[in-house]
Each structure stands twice: as C-alpha cells, then as structure tokens.
Write a protein that binds this ligand. Structure first.
Ligand code: NAD
Length: 448
C-alpha cells in the first residue's frame, strides 16, 4: 500500500504555512541514519532542528543516575534521559515485615497518601498479601485450520510433546523449577472465521517472563502447524495475567480512619464504582497510582501492568473495580484488592538500571513474588487513601497544597517565593495558574 506523505491541510493553515514556515522543527522528520549517530550527535542534530537552547540540550543530556551507554542500549535513538522524582513511602507492614517503599511519579500527594494509609493499616496489623504464583500465558494463534475441533483435541493429546518443545528453549528457567507447566487449547470465533488458540502456562520464577514466554511460543509454533494443518500467525505472551494474581487485604480501624461516617462513605464510594464505569475508571486509576509508581522505581514494565490490570477489571464482560470495600462486624473498614501483578527481578530494566537496582535493595525484596505482594499492598493503600479523602474532606484539600507549589514554580516563582505564592493561593482558595502568575508578578515587584 502506498502511503501519502502529507495530508491536505485545511485552507486556513495552508495559507499561513505558505506565508511563514514553522520556525522551530523545520524540514522532514525522516532523519535518515539518525539511529547510527552517537547519543551526543543525535542531541546536537535535535538541538539544531528544534532550536533548543544550550540549557535545554543540557537538561536532556542529563541521564540522572543512568550511565549514558546503558541508556543507549536500553532503547533506540537515545538522546538523553528524563528523570522523575523518587520518594519513599513509609509505614508499610506487609505479611509481618516492614518495608520502605520507593515510588517514582510526577503526581503530588501520592507518596504522602500511601504513607498515611499504611500508618492507619498498621493499627490492625498491616497488609496481608497472598498470590497465585508467577504463571504467565503464551498464546499461539492458528488460522485456516481444516477441522478446528478435531485439531484442538489432537493438540491436547500431544501436550507432553508441546511442553517439552517449549521447555527445551529455557534450560535455565527449567533448572530453577520454572518452565511450561500446562497447556490449554480453545477454538474462538473471529471476524476472520474460527481460530485455534494454544495457550502455554509458564512458571516464570523471578522473571516477568515476556521474553521467555515469547521464545517458547515461537518454538512451539511449527509443531502446532504440523499437528493442526493450519497456519500460525501470532506467538506472544498475554498481558491478561490472570494466573499471576495478588490478593491484598487490610482492615482500617474506624476511629483511626476518621469515624463511622467515613467508613460508610468509602463503602458507598465502592458501590458507586461497582455500578458505574465512569467512576470505576477513576477508582482503578487510584490503585494504579501506587502500583505504577513502585513499578517505575523498580524498573518494571508499567504498560504490561496497566494492560493486565484493566483487562482483568473487564474480564467479567463489564468494567469493575479491582478492589472491594466493606464494613466488618466491628464497624471497621475492610479492603480486598485482587489484580494481576506481572513483575520480575531478573531481566528487563530491573537488572540493568542502577536506580532500579538500588530501589529494589531499599525495598529489601528477594523474589518477584515478594515484589508483587508489596505492590498489591501499595495499590490497596493508595485506593484507601483516595477514597478516604473523597469521602471525608474532598480530594482537593490535600492535593491542592502540593499542586499550588507546582503552579507557583511553573508561573516563574523560585526559592522562597514558591512557598509564599502557594500559601497565598491556598488561603484565597484560588489555586489557578492565572492567579499564580499575578501573585508572582505582584510579590516579585514588592520584593524588588
Ligand atoms: P529476560 O529474558 O531478560 O529474563 C528471563 C530469563 O532469565 C529466563 O528466561 C531465564 O532463562 C533467566 N533467569 C535467570 N534467573 C532466573 C530466575 N531466578 N527466574 C526466572 N528466570 C531466570 O526477561 P523476561 O522476564 O523474560 O522479559 C521481560 C522483558 O520483556 C521486559 O523488559 C518487558 O518489557 C519485555 N516485553 C514485554 C512484552 C509484553 O508484556 N507484552 C512483550 C515483549 C517484551
């Protein structure tokens, strides 16, 4: 198929672009050979193209704690680094063990909220987390199968052979007690007719497992074609990791969390999320605030976790909350979170990013399952904190104090002026960018 390189512009834009070429990013984005340049050369080229100042180029060149050669190997076309704040959530007591939890993200209030929730959970013994083990699913898609039902039966009869072919790919994983342990075959209806889908169940040990599972799925494919007489296309891991679940529970004492009214408010908030997908999306987003912040700090694949979480939330056919909140017989609040948690300590960025390695050390986890358990507890804590704030005082009070500081900085305040401008906006209950700009101008003039 021939792709047109430019789309017709609306007339108004066309005239303007004919008069005046865009000043910054000029020319084509094709950049032939960009990938062959050194990191420094790429950045210089980009600086010219985008008209970056020396200061801006220097900011991008800073790879933080990540050596530039490591960054250059991790992804492609690297020009530098992009850092996020790293905070430590405190007070976490999970399965009887204390954890200081590294969290990396851009959103204010999350770390404070997690620490506060964990403090309240401690009153009743902290978090209890269990998990189903590190099993991931690899899928092999087979199409144009002459007799799908008979083929599915035949595949099941060759289970031993198929698993052996998969396991031959990863003697290391097998020697550690992992590997392909089970097999399932299903015939699905699709827009393109019936398909036979082979699913490998792989115990990934301390690995997240995507590379390991994909390699196995690819190796098994020729055998699947031979057995079915069909054609294999996709051979890939599923991120709906419903055989790799964590289940975190905690009880939050009624008095410690703010009283019976707050407990009721949270139970009502849960009922709202259970009944309405618009609310449910935000309910689950609150959980992911915690999960993804720990994942990022520990070098995990955050997209895999997001995909797993939301597909699991929708696996009944309707989008549902990942957690359940109820009142127990004492009137205390009980939370239960269940979600996929595909994380690893070997492979991926967890093994190569020096900051991720340091964070795993701070956390003190020694297995992928322990990391998954901690992330489950943090997800539950974060969910509790958001629901409590919403039910008790509204989310804005705590959130906006920190947000006001960010607004003050982006409006040009520096040093002590950040706090002064932020405090004024909070006092005035006008936490807005336009007000921050006015205050920065006003207070800077007063000072000078
Ligand atoms: P990997 O291949 O680097 O490491 C896994 C391997 O390490 C195993 O196959 C095993 O041979 C070895 N190993 C050594 N000690 C082990 C132990 N104690 N437990 C288990 N294995 C051990 O990494 P991976 O975990 O297979 O793949 C993760 C990477 O794949 C991530 O970077 C992820 O982003 C990426 N990825 C994800 C997807 C997806 O989620 N859809 C798709 C492709 C790639």
């Amino acid at each position: 198929m021939h792709l047109r390189r430019t789309r017709a512009l609306p007339l108004r834009l066309k005239r303007r672009s004919a008069r005046k070429r865009p000043r910054k990013m000029q020319g084509s984005s094709e950049l032939p050979g960009f990938y062959k340049l050194s990191l420094q050369q790429r950045l210089e080229l980009l600086q010219r193209l985008a008209g970056l100042t020396e200061e801006e180029a220097k900011t991008l060149a800073n790879t933080g704690g990540l050596p530039s050669d490591v960054a250059n190997r991790m992804i492609e076309n690297v020009v530098g680094g992009m850092t996020l704040p790293l905070g430590m959530a405190t007070n976490f007591l999970i399965n009887g063990k204390d954890y200081v939890v590294p969290m990396s993200l851009e959103e204010p209030s999350v770390v404070a909220a997690a620490s506060n929730a964990a403090k309240i959970a401690r009153v009743k013994g902290g978090f209890k987390v269990t998990n189903t083990g590190p099993v991931m699913i690899g899928q092999i898609q087979t199409v144009r199968v002459p007799n799908p039902k008979a083929a599915a039966k035949k595949l099941m009869s060759k289970k031993k052979q198929l698993l052996a072919r998969a396991n031959a790919q990863d003697p290391m994983l097998v020697s550690l007690g992992g590997g392909a342990k089970g097999l399932h075959v299903k015939v699905i209806k699709s827009l393109k007719g019936p398909m036979v889908i082979v699913e490998l169940f792989v115990n990934c040990g301390d690995a997240m497992g995507a590379n390991a599972v994909n390699t196995m799925a690819e190796a098994v494919a020729p055998l699947v074609e031979e057995i079915t007489g069909g054609k294999v296309y996709l051979r890939i891991i599923s991120n709906l990791a419903d055989r790799r679940l964590v289940r975190a529970t905690a009880t939050f004492e009624k008095e410690a969390l703010g009283g019976a009214e707050v407990v009721d408010g949270i139970v009502y908030a849960y009922a709202f999320a259970e009944a309405d997908p618009y609310r449910c999306a935000t309910h689950n987003k609150g959980i992911m605030n915690g999960v993804i912040a720990v994942a990022l700090a520990c070098g995990q694949d955050t997209r895999a976790l997001e995909a797993g979480a939301h597909s699991y939330a929708a696996s009944s056919g309707a989008y549902k909350p990942l957690s359940v909140w109820k009142k127990d017989k004492n009137g205390d609040l009980m939370g239960i979170l269940e979600m996929p948690m595909a994380v690893g300590l070997v492979g991926g960025a967890a093994k190569v990013h020096p900051a991720a390695k340091a964070n795993v050390k701070i956390l003190g986890v020694t297995s992928a399952l322990e990391l998954a358990n901690v992330m489950g507890a943090v997800g539950l804590a974060q969910n509790f904190a958001a629901l409590r704030a919403l039910s008790a005082e509204g989310i804005q009070r705590g959130h906006m104090k920190l947000h006001a500081r960010n607004l003050a900085s982006s409006a040009g305040a520096t040093g002590a002026l950040v706090e002064t401008v932020a405090s004024r906006m909070v006092e005035e209950k006008k936490i807005r960018f336009d007000r921050a700009k006015e205050l920065v101008a006003e207070l800077s003039n007063t000072r000078s």
